[in-house]
Design a protein. Structure first.
Length: 343
């Protein structure tokens, strides 16, 4: 079968001769239609980061990334009774393999779900990142006009904004922070009330200009009750890490900070606002099984439009260009359309 093969940072190519997987007991084989390039795949592509969790090795030694995809059931292993050949499904694998003609997926509701007819393969391949957003919104909660801020509005941060809007949470301001204007414009399109470009000066002051400054005996804040950090820490990023800024911004009472963006390195940050303002800092990784179903239902009923977030689409043969494109500020979600023919 054809597959992507990750060779080293900055270097990935298509191979025509990988062994196709056979279904073990409890697994199905999915003939992949669309597979997204995830932010974590980009960390791998740039720095070799978290490689063991992101690629699947073939007997030939090819290392195939891709863990968020859609396709059709192609073969069924022993003990699997829920599926028929040809069923349209979303698959999520713990360890890559999706950027190929075929991939093995364990049959459980956390990794394999049915696609509604009205949802396209491309949209469906963005189910997992939207489910991540649904989990963060559920964990953070927000009500009674509380202000929410999202750091980093790539596909995950945009999904958080969509999740807040689609679930109808009663929130005040929903502010997006990024360094790329195209992404900030997209954030407004999907439901942010305000945007801040981190390059335009002190983020806290820019946000206080929107939400006002809060000063109490516990410290100062920008009246942000929930911070969702989808930026994490990127080596050599200018300015303080977003988590330090989050601690400055977060409200003096009942603040919540959700950390999702990966950390490429250790960070030096001022922790005193954590003591003084007592926000809850929580991590979030992944989703609950029902979030996958909810994400697909929100696409089916039109409450969430994921088509507008797919900025580029490439054939599997053009995998190198697909990755270098995802690594540019213009890209939001780059899709590998495995069955697309090269022009
Ligand atoms: Zn991912």
């Amino acid at each position: 079968m054809r597959s992507a093969n990750f060779i080293k940072p900055g270097h990935i190519e298509m191979r025509p001769d990988a062994s196709a997987p056979a279904p073990a007991a409890g697994e199905v084989i999915v003939a992949v239609e669309s597979c997204g390039i995830c932010g974590s795949d980009l960390h791998l592509y740039r720095n070799n980061a978290h490689k063991d969790a992101l690629v699947r090795a073939t007997p030939e030694g090819y290392e195939i990334p891709g863990h968020e995809f859609s396709g059709r059931i192609y073969a069924i292993g022993d003990g699997v009774n829920n599926w028929r050949i040809g069923d349209r499904v979303v698959g999520v694998t713990g360890q890559g393999g999706g950027m190929a003609d075929y991939v093995a997926v364990p049959d459980n509701p956390f990794q394999l779900v049915a696609m509604p007819d009205a949802v396209s393969f491309q949209e469906a391949a963005t189910t997992e990142p939207l489910a991540d957003g649904l989990q963060m919104v559920r964990k953070a909660g927000a009500a009674n006009g509380e202000n929410v801020l999202v750091f980093g509005v790539g596909i995950i941060g945009l999904g958080v904004i969509q999740a807040y809007r689609a679930t109808g949470a009663d929130i005040g301001k929903l502010i997006a922070v990024d360094v790329h204007e195209a992404r900030l414009a997209k954030a407004l399109e999907v439901g942010a009330t305000d945007t801040v470009n981190a390059r335009d000066g002190d983020i806290v002051e820019q946000i206080q200009a929107i939400t006002g400054e809060e000063v109490t005996w516990r410290g100062t804040s920008a009246n942000i009750h929930v911070v969702i950090d989808c930026a994490g820490y990127i080596k050599h990023m200018p300015g303080p890490p977003p988590l330090e800024t989050a601690l400055r911004l977060v409200a003096c009472e009942n603040g919540r900070i959700v950390c999702f963006g990966a950390y490429e390195d250790r960070m030096l940050i001022d922790m005193m606002p954590l003591i003084n303002k007592q926000p809850v800092i929580m991590g979030s990784n992944g989703y609950a099984a029902e979030d996958l179903v909810t994400a697909l239902e929100l696409m089916r009923n039109g409450k969430v439009d994921r088509k507008g977030l797919i900025s580029h689409s490439f054939a599997l043969d053009d995998i190198a260009e697909a990755f270098s494109t995802q690594d540019t500020p213009e890209a939001i979600k780059v899709m590998i359309d495995v069955r697309k023919q090269v022009a």
